[in-house]
Design a protein around this ligand. Structure first.
Ligand code: PXP
Length: 243
């Protein structure tokens, strides 16, 4: 099986900084540590309400990161213009609501096809590889095909949040979606709510080539440090993947 890449989301290092309005801890410094510990890319989400990552964090990360930067962003003119100026290697389009705790549900590409397509064209013209963060549904896959992007990221939040039969059903949906998306020519990524305990079933889906994981790694790092937390996740992924 192909090697599974690990993208680490450092948003919650910035959450801790913003809680006190201090200059520390610095998400860019965390990103450098993650890269040193084997992260294949760094993900950050510049939200409209700027609750954690700030525009300057993105600019500093893009300058200093030794691994590719993946900017999660809403489909707005402001964000598209910002991304086109900063030029991260990847942009992942996500839905955004001010009141949500985190990204709840995937981007509804099926309903927003025209505006998503315009945003993707602008980003791709700037040389940015675009990914759409979507729920594993046939309708979203069809719409994503019409938009024309190289990557899809499967929202694994429902898988992570459910148990028992519901989780089994969600996993089935993800397995079927990953196969269909890869057949359709997409590079398939996944993320949201993944932990060392639940990552195995997702990591063993051979069509998935990248996982983006944040909250559980940053939380674990409070106890064991970032390099060890990254290593633990890598170990859990490798054990499931068998490669
Ligand atoms: N992928 C996407 C598109 C996300 O929006 C998020 C959350 O910011 C993640 C991955 C990481 O999710 P978590 O922090 O739950 O690991």
């Amino acid at each position: 099986m192909s090697r599974l890449r690990l993208g680490i989301n450092v948003d919650h290092v910035a959450t801790l900084r913003q809680a006190r309005g201090t200059a520390y801890p610095d998400p860019v410094e965390a990103a450098l540590l993650c890269a040193g510990a084997g992260a294949d890319s760094i993900t950050i989400h510049l939200r409209e309400d700027r609750r954690h990552i700030q525009p300057d964090d993105v600019r500093r990360l893009q300058k200093r990161s030794p691994v590719p930067v993946n900017l999660e962003m809403a489909v707005t003119d402001e964000m598209v213009a910002f991304a086109c100026r900063v030029k991260p290697r990847y942009a992942c389009l996500v839905p955004e609501k001010r009141e949500e705790l985190t990204t709840e549900g995937g981007l509804d590409v099926a309903s927003l096809q025209a505006s998503v397509a315009v945003a993707c064209r602008r980003l791709q013209k700037a040389g940015i590889e675009v990914s759409l963060f979507i729920d594993p549904s046939p309708a979203q896959l069809k719409a994503a095909l019409a938009v024309g992007v190289p990557h899809l990221e499967i929202h694994t939040g429902r898988y992570a949040d459910t148990r028992g039969r519901q989780r089994d059903a969600e996993l089935k949906r993800i397995v079927a979606f990953a196969a269909a998306a890869a057949d359709a020519g997409f590079e398939v990524h996944a993320g949201h709510g993944l932990t060392c305990d639940n990552v195995g079933s997702i990591a063993s889906i051979r069509q998935i080539v990248e996982l983006n994981i944040g909250h559980s790694i940053i939380a674990r790092a409070v106890f064991v440090g970032l390099p060890a937390a990254v290593a633990e996740m890598r170990q859990a992924m490798t054990a499931a993947r068998g490669a």
